[in-house]
Design a protein around this ligand. Structure first.
Ligand code: RB5
Length: 155
């Protein structure tokens, strides 16, 4: 399985540790984040990971910034992305089972490395359940597709 990982300047160390952890478990990791602690604007990596996911060049994406918020907001602007910020494994697992999340995000300033590993483990292990959840995912996609036109119409 191939996983894209992206980060900003505050999450370089956590990005490296998570990448090594995933590689030790046999995952292929594509790093598109910064490797420098010089100030780096998180939308750049959020967008890169999102594009790799929607273009199916990777199976899933992981995003890390200070809180996980900014970088996931950027990724969620790409059609087809469902990026979820999680600070604990339960939400991560349910975000896959119910929300079919294709990117997980977390904050290097919020959680420690062991929690981050647990989040990643639970999320990768979980499977989307489909069924009743699909209608809701379809509704989200519909909002995505029509919102621009509605905004133009002034609705
Ligand atoms: C950078 O200072 C910080 O704003 C960023 O890492 C992230 O937390 C934004 O959501």
């Amino acid at each position: 399985m191939k996983i894209a990982i992206g980060n900003d300047h505050v999450a370089v160390e956590m990005k490296n540790e998570i990448s090594q952890y995933l590689e030790s478990k046999g995952y292929e990791v594509v790093n598109v984040g910064t490797d420098s602690t010089e100030r780096f604007n998180y939308p750049i990596s959020g967008y890169k990971v999102a594009k790799l996911v929607v273009n199916k060049e990777v199976d899933y994406g992981i995003l890390i910034c200070g809180t996980g918020v900014g970088i996931s907001l950027a990724a969620n602007k790409v059609h087809g992305i469902r990026a979820c910020v999680c600070s604990e494994p339960y939400t991560a697992k349910l975000s896959k089972q119910h929300n079919n999340s294709n990117i997980i995000a977390f904050g290097a300033r919020v959680i420690g490395i062991e929690t981050a590993k647990m989040i990643v483990d639970e999320w990768l292990k979980a499977e989307y359940e489909g069924g009743r959840h699909q209608l809701r995912i379809d509704m989200i996609s519909e909002i995505e597709e029509t919102q621009h036109l509605k905004a133009v119409d002034g609705e």
